[in-house]
Design a protein. Sequence first.
Length: 94
Amino acid sequence: MLTIELPFPVTANAYWMIAGRKLIKTKRARAYIREVTLYWLNVKMLGAQAFGEDETLALAIAIHYPTDKRKHLDTDNALKVLIDAMETAGIFQN
């Protein structure tokens, strides 16, 4: 079992933007992915290994919301962003 604590994800609304005819990741999204990737590289240096294609992967995620009550955060969108960042960082393959 691998336990990691990642930073709180950006909202899905701040994750994607339309550029011309393409849907691309925003600067905030790329910064979040970079942060998750750097965290993962540090954890790997301590001996953690990525999950392979043939391995069974089960995720148990605990979300600790920021204390700012003015922000409405959608759990489903937070999970989508978090899982995308984890996959991009190489923690597991889709």
